[in-house]
Structures are given as C-alpha cells and as structure tokens.
Design a protein around this ligand. Structure first.
Ligand code: NAD
Ligand code: ZN
Length: 252
C-alpha cells in the first residue's frame, strides 16, 4: 500500500531542502528482502541464545556451533536481494545528497544495491565474508562453509593459524573504533538524519538520532511501529520503508 500523500510529500520536501543527509538503517530495511528483523517471534535470531565472543574464542565446540548456525542463517541471508528501500537509499547517495549510510545490518544489502563501500559504515560488521581474527586475512564464505560441512572442523587461517570468524561483531566483542569514528563524523556534519527500520533501543545506535538533533540536524524517524525517540523527531512516519522511501525519492 502506498503511504499517504501528505506524509510522502513532507519527507520529499525535507529531502529537497537538505544538503547533507545521513541515513541510519536497522533490520527493518531488510525485512522486505526476506530477512526477518530481530524481534520477529521464532525468527532467525531468536531460536538460540547468542554465542558470546569470549565463549567463541575459548571453545572449539562453541566455534563449531557458531558455524553450524551461520550456515543455517546464510540460507536466508545469502540469496537476499536489495529491495525498494535499499534502492531509494542508493539513489540518495548517487544524487550526492546522502553522504553516509550508517547501518546496524550485517547483510551487505546497501553495497549490493550500489552504495560504494566507502559510503557505508557497518556498526556490527558484515556477515557476507569471514576474517582471521589475528592477521585480518579475508575469507569468502563459499569455501569456508563447504570445508566446514565436510567434517565440521572450525576454520583456521591458512597463513597464521588464527581463528577465522564471520566479520560481524558478536555480543561481548568491542565495537569497531573506525566505524564509530566515521559514524560520529558524518552525524556531526549532517543537516538531515533519517533513521529507517530500527527500534532505536540498542546503543550506540540509539544515541545517534539524539546526537544529530543536538547538533542542529533535522530528524526523521521512519519505522513500522513507534520508537522511544519519536518525541525528538521533526517527522515520524509509521509505515513500510520500501513504498514510503521510494515514493519520497521519486522512484515510483
Ligand atoms: P530491530 O529488529 O530491533 O528493529 C527493527 C524495526 O524495524 C522494528 O521496530 C520493526 O517494527 C521495524 N520494521 C520491520 N520491517 C519494517 C518495514 N518493512 N518497514 C518499516 N519498519 C519495519 O532491529 P535493529 O534496531 O536493527 O536491531 C537488531 C540487531 O540485530 C542489529 O543490531 C543487527 O545487527 C542485527 N540484525 C541484523 C539484520 C540484518 O542484517 N538484516 C537482521 C536482524 C538483526
Ligand atoms: Zn591469519
């Protein structure tokens, strides 16, 4: 269903009036691509307790369990394609309006929709490849997962013997300092901040809209359901991201 005209028009006007936009996205922008968000009952992420980083490091059995789950989750994530929401965001980047896309997502769909790597800040890393925790060598999932499925030996680095892990940030793992710095710089430089598809409860992301607003930016929150930060926003749109954003950006 198309969003009501007035709402789309208000968002379009704010986008027209802005000079430097930061788009902040959460799991909600990828649900239309078939990847469930965090809260959906019985969803991908809620079936098991998450494996803490310390346990992953300490135990080969935990690493085995990690890769079993990763292969399961990848059956949903790897075939996923960008949807209208991602494409609208990509259009805003290509028009030179969006300087940065900050995302909590690990699905790589912003890059797949054509946003250049250097414009994407991944707060929770990227689940579409793996790296050696010691030397940083990148490993592609096809080879790693195929080898794992032969005898369930958790992967180690061919160069240094280090532990290989999907390139996401686990519970208990430090936030990536470079991503945090880039996010902060972009936010302090923007005049419009659009949060789309995040429940805005997980820190540090929950602090970003407030940081933008305190710095004088206009704040728009686009989410299917209300968030705790709605009171801070200049415009709140409780609607579906794909139809709303593509209408506001003029893609349909
Ligand atoms: P969240 O699940 O806490 O919140 C998602 C929000 O999006 C919800 O409020 C929901 O109502 C809304 N939503 C869902 N589909 C929508 C749609 N089509 N249109 C508008 N709103 C929609 O997500 P979060 O805040 O990103 O936190 C979840 C954490 O889990 C993140 O830290 C992320 O790393 C991880 N995660 C990632 C993915 C992914 O990469 N696609 C998916 C699930 C979870
Ligand atoms: Zn290594």
């Amino acid at each position: 269903m198309a969003p009501d005209r007035q709402t789309a028009d208000r968002l379009r006007d704010l986008l027209r009036g802005a000079r430097r936009l930061v788009v902040f996205t959460g799991a909600g922008i990828s649900t239309e691509s078939g990847i469930p968000d965090f809260r959906s009952p019985g969803g991908l992420w809620t079936r098991n307790e998450p494996i803490e980083f310390g346990d992953f490091l300490a135990s080969e059995e935990m690493r085995r369990e990690n890769w079993r789950r990763k292969i399961e989750v990848d059956k949903t994530i790897r075939p996923a394609e960008p949807n209208r929401g991602h494409l609208a965001v990509a259009a805003l980047v290509h028009r030179g309006l969006a300087t940065t896309v900050i995302t909590q997502n690990i699905d790589g769909l912003h890059q797949k929709s054509g946003v250049p790597d250097e414009r994407v800040v991944e707060l929770h890393g990227n689940g579409t490849y793996a790296t050696c925790l010691d030397c940083g060598t990148r490993y592609e999932l096809d080879a790693i997962e195929a080898a794992f499925e032969m005898d369930e030996t958790p992967p180690t680095c061919a160069f240094c013997g280090g532990i290989v892990k999907q390139a996401t940030i686990s519970f208990g793992q430090a936030m990536p300092a470079d991503a945090m710095r880039r996010a902060r710089e972009a936010i302090l430089d923007c005049d419009l901040f659009l949060a789309a598809g995040s429940s805005l409860v997980v820190y540090p992301a929950a602090g970003f809209p407030v940081m933008a607003k305190d710095n004088g930016s206009t704040l728009v929150i686009l989410n299917r359901e209300p968030t705790d930060l709605d009171a801070f926003a200049d415009l709140v749109i409780n609607d579906e991201i794909g139809p709303t954003l593509s209408a506001a950006v003029g893609l349909n």
